[in-house]
Design a binder for this molecule. Structure first.
Ligand SMILES: *[C@@H]1O[C@H](CO)[C@@H](O)[C@H](O)[C@H]1NC(C)=O
Ligand SMILES: *[C@@H]1O[C@H](CO)[C@@H](O)[C@H](O)[C@H]1NC(C)=O
Ligand SMILES: *[C@@H]1O[C@H](CO)[C@@H](O)[C@H](O)[C@H]1NC(C)=O
Ligand SMILES: *[C@@H]1O[C@H](CO)[C@@H](O)[C@H](O)[C@H]1NC(C)=O
Ligand SMILES: *[C@@H]1O[C@H](CO)[C@@H](O)[C@H](O)[C@H]1NC(C)=O
Ligand SMILES: *[C@@H]1O[C@H](CO)[C@@H](O)[C@H](O)[C@H]1NC(C)=O
Length: 393
């Protein structure tokens, strides 16, 4: 009887898998290399897809706690109305109301429902034929003019100026509400399974955060997002220490309000105490699709830092056996946020496959016009191995 009970308990425990480990307290971490995405903060290894779900949740919690601020819970009520080109979204919580109204530019041919790209602060890539563009005014949602913009914008009018969320988390929250609104308005004629997000430079940082924190986004396209986007804090600090002027955490918190005030303590002392870096923000998008667009022309953007982050982040797709869903392209020097024609074919492949549903390959789109080399594992930056995650019930 006891044996039988034990057997049943063992069987149930195996079927349910192990519980997610507890998340360690603040600043118990210290690593000059990029933290291992496949090891929990408490040291346990990530071995299965179910473990990854726990690890992803842990990374999400840590990124919110130490860098981006908290993503507010879903609102009590949301209503949406579509008229002309305008999607009017009204969010209600605790008797407060927030209204914002993205505009949609539709393809001039075809019947829909159309795939869509949410354009953070407008679109900087060529608008793909057949794809609706949803223009999201992120500046009005959370201002990003200077370091004095903290707490300014519709998000803070609604949640209070003491909300921990920095501007990028505020924008990500609003992107989630745009997807909610599209779900409630079939007349907007958008294909809910084919929604992407894009933005350039500061808005590229925001596009990455939105793609990481909204699982209903199918394709994330950060463009020239630099530090705070596809760069890692640690490699950017090393580039600066080597004498090349690039944007780092300690500079970025003085410049703008993209991050939570909680980030200041790390940016002011040592980013080595962050239990994550941005290869893990990138990896939160997996197994959904991501295509990162970079420009080698600006030291400020830290192109080697981005290269390292993208190679390291891509290991998360590799571990899941879906590396072809993640790609990146670093073009030679050109004007910031002016998309060069040599990247068009690579962009088309991702848009065609993930937004237009075409049977095209996105395998091995991992190019740089630079001379960087970065592999995983490497002793200097990524001394960890990539597992093959086993699928569990
Ligand atoms: C982190 O580790 C480095 C190198 O081992 C050491 O010099 C530094 O004092 C440590 N920092 C903290 C806050 O423990
Ligand atoms: C919202 O307003 C109603 C009616 O004035 C009031 O009864 C209720 O307590 C308010 N709720 C909150 C959370 O303030
Ligand atoms: C810094 O310079 C050293 C010595 O040239 C080099 O080995 C290292 O790769 C450089 N690191 C970065 C991040 O630029
Ligand atoms: C970070 O450094 C800035 C500039 O020295 C200072 O104003 C701010 O109070 C510091 N914040 C923290 C949390 O250390
Ligand atoms: C990119 O081109 C501009 C203009 O020709 C030049 O000033 C700049 O130094 C170049 N950047 C790099 C990294 O070569
Ligand atoms: C992609 O690269 C891998 C590893 O080098 C290779 O095995 C595979 O054949 C490549 N796939 C395509 C479609 O080029």
């Amino acid at each position: 009887m006891i044996q039988a009970t034990c057997f049943v308990l063992f069987f149930v425990a195996t079927a349910l898998g192990r519980a997610c480990p507890a998340i360690p307290s603040l600043t118990s971490f210290n690593s000059s290399t990029l933290p291992d995405p496949f090891t929990f903060a408490n040291g346990r290894k990530v071995l299965t897809t179910q473990d990854w779900a726990c690890r992803r949740a842990e990374i999400s919690t840590l990124l919110q706690r130490d860098e981006l601020g908290l993503m507010p819970a879903d609102p009590q009520d949301l209503t949406a109305a579509f008229s002309g080109k305008t999607l009017t979204i009204t969010v209600t919580d605790n008797n407060k109301t927030l209204t914002f109204a993205p505009t949609i530019t539709f393809p001039t041919t075809g019947q829909g429902p159309f795939p869509a790209l949410i354009a953070m602060g407008g679109i900087s890539i060529p608008s793909p034929p057949g794809v609706a563009i949803i223009n999201f005014n992120n500046e009005a949602m959370a201002n990003q003019d200077t370091a004095a913009s903290r707490g300014l914008g519709l998000f803070y009018d609604f949640f209070g100026t003491d909300a921990s969320a920095g501007a990028m988390m505020a924008w990500a929250w609003a992107v989630r509400r745009i997807v909610d609104a599209l779900e409630k308005t079939p007349t907007a004629n958008i294909d809910l399974a084919k929604i992407g997000v894009t933005g350039c430079s500061r808005n590229g940082k925001g596009a990455l955060v939105a793609g990481a924190f909204e699982p209903r986004i199918t394709l994330t396209i950060p463009q020239e997002s630099g530090s705070g986007g596809t760069d890692t804090w640690r490699i950017s600090d090393a580039i600066l220490a080597n004498g090349t002027l690039t944007q780092t955490a300690s500079e970025i918190i003085q410049e703008n309000v993209w991050f939570s005030p909680n980030f200041d303590q790390f940016a002011n002392t040592s980013v080595n105490q962050l239990p994550f870096d941005h290869h893990m923000l990138i990896g939160m998008v997996a197994p959904r699709a991501l295509f990162a667009i970079d420009n080698l022309g600006y030291d400020w953007l830290g192109p080697f830092s981005s290269y390292g982050a993208l190679v390291a982040g891509r290991t998360i797709w590799q571990a899941m056996g879906v590396a072809d869903k993640m790609g990146f392209s670093q073009a030679a020097n050109h004007t910031h946020c002016v998309f060069p024609s040599e990247q068009q074919g690579q962009l088309n492949a991702f848009v065609d496959r993930f937004l237009l549903g075409q049977d095209v390959s996105t395998a091995n789109i991992t190019t740089t016009a630079g001379t960087y080399s970065f592999v995983v594992p490497n002793a200097e930056w990524a001394p960890w191995r990539v597992p093959v995650l086993k699928k569990r019930l």
